[in-house]
Design a protein around this ligand. Structure first.
Ligand code: CA
Ligand code: CA
Length: 556
């Protein structure tokens, strides 16, 4: 991607986003801008919950006449006060703007229940009817679901009762009651105009919102969540385009206001460090559309879907015949799963309903199911929700499966599985060492105790003992969370022999290393912690005594 030079129309001329070192004062920011003849048009309000991880002050600048974006990015990028400088890229909605109004409203919702109508294959759906036996979503104190898009028609009869209401704001008093810089932001915000009105002037965002949470039992259509709290964040204009600056504002707003899940049915080919930083520091789970170019995202990345972050799920689109849509981007290493995204029926800006196609429409199916999971299992963290969704897919036919990381498409009932049985603890964990490697062996346990196949391992190491019981650490022990994580392969079937060898830099001094291993199942249940220590002998060869501070292991 680095070889693709941004074209002029790919970014906003005369604007840049600059991240200055954390703690840079407003005065110093103004001074920095003045040094380049630039003006600060926005200082991003990074919420406290994200500040440590975000680690910097992000500003949007307008450049003086005669200074090109390329010149500014190059010069500012060399400035010692700057972490990075980048153009304000343009991104766009991943939807087909063509809208058809169907005669029959409910039958068109094949993505939720496909009985073979309209030439589809029966059963190629997300099993919503089964999932509704476990959860239909929660409004009061339920998960807040943000839709970062063209806005949401919060007046639509199927959305009006399922909109999030900002508890800190008094409607219509013209005062910024909650002090977040936006006046009367009742159902979300418009980050283009920095106002409190996210009303949709396009259709795309309203369409996404209806799939996630159109009210059920009131006529019209049923969303995946019958009850929901939908936060509308408008950063795409009426033409469906927007900028990373306004996207970042929306991510910060959603994070500050406690959005549990964020729907991102938009993107572009340009990598934005600011957008990556915002999503990386966001406590929300971000569901992202893969894009509609028919590309392989492994080789032609689309952002934000391609950001390598644990709190992102990238979504492709499939049709009612169990085929990936021709327009859908895919990627064996970059797109997690597919969801219904062709001829999807949902709510529109004019109060009616219509069909749209795109990975944009697939994404809110995943977001909706994430909302059901967060409603049914309020303690599920991002890893657990993601793991439920990815572990629960139905495999697609081979020619499509090989183009997706999980090989499958969304299944809501499997993702909502009520599994209270944790994997057994690998009690026979043992460790041996040479001067240049540590080998750990144990017997694989299962998804439920010693039955089935668990989903992943959590392996950590430290230079001091790691507590087997984090609730009651002994003197001198550090917690599991404080130890350093090592990524290893997924578990084998229960009872199989597991072996992992970690290479390390030889040292002239004997060292002692401590390991801790947990087994995690598909819904996030964890085994107890198995701990083991090992003495790494000193190298007899005259190696330099490299006292490797934090990471003795060679990345592989
Ligand atoms: Ca406000
Ligand atoms: Ca309805």
């Amino acid at each position: 991607a680095a070889s693709l030079e941004p074209k002029l129309q790919d970014y906003v001329p005369g604007e840049v986003l600059v991240k200055l070192k954390a703690g840079t004062s407003l005065q110093a920011i103004s001074g920095f801008a003045a040094d380049y003849g630039a003006k600060v048009i926005h200082k991003f309000n990074v919420p406290a919950v994200m500040a440590k991880e975000f680690n910097g002050e992000l500003v949007q600048l307008t450049l003086p006449e005669g200074m090109s974006t390329a010149e500014a990015v190059a010069a500012m990028g060399r400035d010692a006060r700057v972490s990075y400088a980048e153009p304000n890229f343009k991104v766009q909605a991943f939807g087909n703007p063509g809208v058809q109004i169907p005669d029959d409203l409910v039958e068109e919702q094949w993505g939720l229940r496909n009985t073979g109508q309209n030439g589809g294959i029966a059963g190629v759906d997300i099993k919503a009817a089964d999932a509704w036996n476990i959860s239909t979503g929660i409004k009061e104190n339920g998960p807040i679901i943000a839709v970062i898009d063209t806005g949401v028609n919060y007046n639509h009869s199927d959305l009006v009762n399922n909109m999030w209401v900002n508890p800190g704001e008094v409607p219509g008093d013209g005062i910024d009651n909650d002090g977040n810089g936006i006046v009367d932001d009742i159902h979300g915000a418009n980050t283009i105009t920095n106002t409190g009105d996210p009303l949709d002037d396009h259709n795309h965002g309203s369409h996404c919102a209806g799939v996630i949470g159109a009210e059920a039992g009131n006529g019209g259509m049923a969303g995946i969540n019958w009850n929901a709290q939908i936060m509308g964040l408008k950063f795409l204009g009426e033409g469906g385009g927007g900028t990373t600056a306004d996207a970042v504002k929306a991510v910060l707003y959603a994070s500050e206001k406690g959005a549990r899940i964020v729907n991102n049915s938009w993107g572009g080919g340009q990598f934005s460090q600011a957008c990556l930083d915002a999503m990386a520091a966001s406590p929300s789970l971000h569901i992202c559309a893969a894009g509609n170019d028919g590309y392989d995202n492994d080789t032609r990345p689309s952002y934000p879907a391609n950001f390598k972050l644990d709190n992102i799920i990238a979504v492709a689109a499939h049709n009612n015949k169990d085929e990936l849509a021709g327009f859908s981007n895919r990627g064996n290493k970059s797109v997690h799963l597919a969801a219904p995204g062709v001829n999807i029926h949902s709510t529109l800006k004019d109060g009616g309903y219509g069909l749209m196609s795109g990975t944009s429409m697939a994404t809110p199916h995943v977001t909706g199911v994430a909302g059901l999971i967060a409603s049914a299992y309020p303690d599920a963290d991002n890893d657990a929700i993601k793991s439920r969704i990815l572990s629960g897919v139905d495999q697609m036919p081979e020619r499509y499966a090989k183009r997706l990381m999980t090989g499958g498409r969304l299944n809501a009932i499997k993702a909502l599985e009520d599994d209270k049985v944790a994997p057994a603890t690998p009690g026979n964990l043992s460790a041996s060492a040479t001067t240049r490697a540590v080998t750990l062996t144990w017997t694989a346990t299962g998804d439920d105790g010693m039955r089935g196949k668990a989903t992943r391992y959590e392996l950590r190491y430290a230079r001091s003992p790691i507590a087997a019981n984090s609730d009651s650490p002994k003197p001198g022990e550090i917690s599991f969370d404080e130890a350093t994580a090592v990524r290893i392969d997924a578990p084998k079937d229960a009872g199989a022999n597991e072996s992992v060898t970690l290479e390390m830099t030889p040292s002239g001094r004997e060292r002692k290393l401590y390991f801790a291993l947990r087994v995690v199942d598909n819904v996030g249940n964890r085994s107890e912690t198995a701990v083991q220590e090992v003495r790494v002998p000193a190298s007899k060869v005259a190696f330099e005594d490299t006292v490797d501070a934090s990471s003795p292991f060679t990345p592989s």
